[in-house]
Write a protein that binds this ligand. Structure first.
Ligand code: TXA
Ligand code: MG
Length: 349
């Protein structure tokens, strides 16, 4: 059911779970200080209990009650309200269940009038992971939340989320070093400009990064397989006619490197024919071509990505997508594309 802001506040205070809009994605919200309410979030999402939730507040003044604050944290507050989650050493006022046993708790102030109004009325931190079942795409509209949970969760409809991908998650390694655990709108360059050293954690390289379950590969899977091609191939598709797309894809598969393996991709393409192509920049219009942005604007691409993937699940057998330039916000977009992909094709050099 779609509910009002007042109804959502009332339900939250009573320990119920409701879905609320934020600028990034919709969140499945509950009072962070109420253990039973938080448990319901994990049950609804079927999320493993060791995968920590982040908390939402309306003002940095609330932090002191829940975490150990240091002076060196403060410069980052200039990105709030906004899509930045900062992990702090937590106090016992945040129940263990929220952080899955981690000594750190993530906090952010969302940049969304409805979320802020709810947070101000509730006056306590609200735990809210993205409002999707575990491993599915994050929802960027009330309809997407309804598709996932039907009558099980009431939703406050705040329209389409204007950022469209999840917040950047960071951890302070020491007073001058920040580790990016999940890339997002705020980038390495943003933190470097404030004088911090920045480490971008990469689970594939192993090492001593903090374990963050959200960084696991295969975390944002659409219901239909996605084939991710490196950016160079986009020009090849631009040059041929739409009727030659499957032939071109076939050639690309033959001549280049496919991960994790070619054989399963070939089998899939033999059985399934109805492929959607998601593109950006200048491209001809066609029933199976979907534009994320007509002028390669990364903010627009981020905003349209999950909605496009979600819409395609209903009408196609598979998706062909292309990486974007790997810098700034492009780094976060490529991260989500990789996590959504079943196969990746890179140009053989
Ligand atoms: O934009 C967002 O961050 C959205 C909106 C609703 O605010 N929320 C969101 O929450 O994306 P969630 O739970 O889907 O993603 C939070 C990520 C997870 O990958 C989680 O593993 C990681 O942050 N995380 C949270 N607390 C952590 C901790 N203490 N240590 C390591 N990773 C943590
Ligand atoms: Mg999530």
């Amino acid at each position: 059911m779609i509910i009002s802001i007042e109804e959502a506040v009332e339900k939250l205070k009573q320990g119920e779970v409701v879905a609320i809009p934020t600028e990034t994605v919709y969140g499945l919200a509950a009072l962070a200080t109420n253990e039973n309410a938080v448990r319901k979030i994990f049950e609804l999402k079927k999320r493993p209990l060791n995968n920590p939730l982040i908390c939402h507040i309306s003002s940095p003044n609330q932090l002191d009650e829940y975490v150990f604050l240091k002076d060196y944290h403060e410069p980052l507050f200039k990105f709030w309200p906004g899509p930045l989650t900062i992990l702090f050493p937590k106090k016992t006022t945040i129940p263990e269940i929220v952080t899955g046993g981690s000594p750190y708790c993530g906090f952010r102030i969302p940049d969304h009038p409805i979320a802020l109004e709810i947070l101000r009325s509730v006056e306590k931190p609200i735990a809210a992971p993205s409002a999707n079942p575990f491993t599915k795409l994050s929802p960027i509209s009330a309809e997407m939340v309804r598709d996932y949970f039907q009558e099980k969760v009431d939703v406050v409809d705040g329209g389409i989320c204007h950022v469209g991908i999840e917040s950047t998650v960071v951890l302070f390694r020491d007073e001058s070093t920040i580790e990016i655990l999940r890339p997002g709108i705020f980038t390495k360059e943003d933190f470097e400009s404030l004088g911090y050293e920045v480490i971008v954690s990469n689970q594939k390289k192993g090492g001593e990064t903090l374990h963050s379950p959200g960084l696991l590969e295969k975390h944002y899977l659409p219901k239909i397989p996605l084939i991710l091609l490196s950016k160079e191939f986009l020009d090849d598709f631009r040059k041929v006619s739409i009727i030659d797309y499957s032939q071109l894809l076939d050639e690309i598969i033959t001549k280049n490197k496919v991960l994790p393996e070619k054989e399963t991709l070939r089998n899939f393409l033999q059985e399934k024919q109805k492929m959607a192509f998601i593109v950006y920049g200048n491209f001809p219009h066609h029933d199976s071509v979907f534009h994320l942005s007509h002028n390669e604007n990364l903010f627009e691409i981020a905003k349209n990505l999950y909605r496009t993937l979600h819409d395609l699940e209903k009408n196609f057998d598979g998706i062909v997508a292309f990486n974007v330039e790997n810098r700034g916000l492009g780094f976060a977009i490529n991260d989500r594309l990789r996590k959504a992909s079943s196969w990746r094709i890179n140009k053989m050099t």
